[in-house]
Every structure is written in C-alpha cells, then in structure tokens.
Write a protein that binds this ligand. Structure first.
Ligand SMILES: [Zn+2]
Length: 294
C-alpha cells in the first residue's frame, strides 16, 4: 500500500490560476484583409484553428494567455470582436457558455458557431462536477482533439469554400502531428509503473487524459476552478485520501512531505509563453506528470 502512496502526485493549476487574476485583456488580432476572421473562446482552440486555417484565417482568443476560461468575465471589447467574426468557436458543455451571452449583446446570432465538444462521434462523456453535467475537458485526450480539428476543418470549408482543399490538406498534416503526439504520450506513460499512476488534481481537468493514458484520478482538490477549496471540501478530500490509507502525518502536510509530489504548473485550458501551442501543452503536462510519478 505504501508503495503507491509514496508515488502519488498532487497536481495543481495554481500557477495558471494566479496568472488568471492579472486582469490581462485579449488584444484582438487585426483582421488581415481577405482572411476568415475566427474568434475562439480560448487560446488552445485558437491554436487548433490556426493549424487548420494557416494563412487563410485570422484568429482571436477572447480569454488571453494564462487566463481561466471557467471564470472568465467577458469584456466590453469582446462584443466588438465578436461582431466582426466570420466564425465563432467554443467548447460547450459548460466550459465557456458565457460566449452565448456575449453573442446576444453583439447581435451576432447569424454568425456560424461551432461547439467543439458537443455531440462528437464515438465520444464517451464523463460526468462533470454537478449532477447532470458532463466534464468539458475533452481536448486533453489527443484522439478527441483530432475530432475538434475535424469539426474546425468542416466549418472553415463551409465558411470559405474557395480554400476547401487547402484546409483539408492542412488538417491532414496537423493530424499527423497529433497522431505522433498521442503515440508519444502513450509511450511515456507506459514507462511509468502501473501502480504509480495515481494522481490528485487541483481541478477536474484530467479525467479524459487519465482515461486515455492509463492514470487513476484519486481525488480533486477544488470543486470548480477559481475557487479556494472550502474547509469542508478539503476535509472531505483528506478523508477520501485517508480512506485510501494515507498516513495521517502525510495528509496533514500534503505536498510537503516524503512521497507526495506537487506539480503546480500544469496547463489545460490556456496556453502561455512556456506552452505556446496545444502540442507543447500536452508534451509539457506529460513530462511533468511522468517525472512526478517515476
Ligand atoms: Zn478546466
């Protein structure tokens, strides 16, 4: 029992959330004449769009680098950004539903809108934090991110049929990169002894990642990102970990002690200077998790 306890990792997103409080605002990219103006909710989806669209699109993310999509409060400027869009890209499943309010204010109801995470073929959704909801973090499984990319490709081909074949070939080459990434993550995780592959996460961003790449999520530290864990919730988590036979002393000093490793700089919904692309984000997280679990 103590063997896996000594290798459990407490994974946090504290760094990302701290950055989200900086009050940085999105600076809309100046539209390039003759390009399709795409507005995405997050920098991660903006990166996927850029890879499919290449030089035929101008992409803006409403949530800036380092921002938190869950707690984002739309800015007055976002209404103007959205009003100029040819295509709107969001995840859905409760991640970024604030976009729908902004669309209402922008009277942009006629602009094509795609929800990347909704009704994807062959996807088995996992439950969200509250009953009746689904966890929205599908893109953390690379095979699901490819479905996002397919949907972006179809949407761009519809909005801009003149460049349909270019979108199709850019999609094919990007999906080759994603296949290589997926294989790499599987291989890296396979090198971690199975008994070690247990994590506690700060917020529930990793269940699809865990399911695909063979980790077990033992617990989640906060019910929703942007919150401080309540004393009651922390007590429940500690109890849950105790039930898994954590030594009391270790629980009381979670993260500070012997075997529990804290990784505080993982990414999920936002890019940064450190992880300037979706592929870089997935490599970064995998490297950190694998290193902690070895
Ligand atoms: Zn999240």
């Amino acid at each position: 029992m103590t063997r896996w306890l000594s290798t459990i990792a407490l994974i946090g997103l504290l760094g990302t959330l701290a950055a989200a409080c900086g009050g940085e605002t999105a600076s809309p990219t100046a539209p390039q004449p003759g390009t399709v103006m795409v507005v995405a909710t997050t920098t991660v989806f903006a990166d996927l769009v850029r890879n499919v669209g290449g030089s035929y699109v101008t992409v803006t993310s409403l949530v800036p680098n380092g921002g938190d999509v869950h707690t984002y409060e739309p800015k007055p400027n976002d209404v103007r950004t959205i009003a100029d869009a040819d295509l709107l890209v969001m995840n859905g499943l409760g991640l970024d539903d604030w976009l729908l309010t902004v669309i209402g204010s922008a009277s942009a109801s006629g602009t094509p809108l795609i929800k990347l995470g909704v009704d994807l073929p062959g996807v088995e959704l996992l439950p969200g934090d509250t009953p009746g909801t689904q966890n929205p973090h599908l893109w953390m499984d690379v095979s699901y991110a490819k479905l996002y990319v397919d949907r972006i490709d179809q949407a761009l081909q519809q909005v801009d049929p003149a460049h349909a074949s270019a979108y199709a070939s850019q999609t094919a080459s990007y999906e080759n990169q994603l296949d290589a990434l997926d294989t790499e993550i599987h291989d890296d995780m396979a090198a971690v002894p199975e008994a070690n592959r247990r994590i506690v996460t700060y917020h529930d961003a990793f269940p699809y990642y865990a399911r695909e790449y063979g980790l077990t999520v033992v617990g989640v530290a906060v019910e929703a990102p942007g919150q401080e864990p309540s004393a009651q919730y922390t007590a429940q988590l500690i109890q849950a970990i105790r039930d898994e036979q954590f030594p009391t002393q270790l629980v009381d000093t979670l993260g500070q002690d012997t075997g529990t490793k804290v990784v505080s700089d993982l990414y999920d919904g936002s890019l940064s200077d450190q992880v300037p692309s979706y592929v870089a984000l997935m490599r970064w997280d995998t490297d950190k998790i694998v290193a902690a679990l070895q």
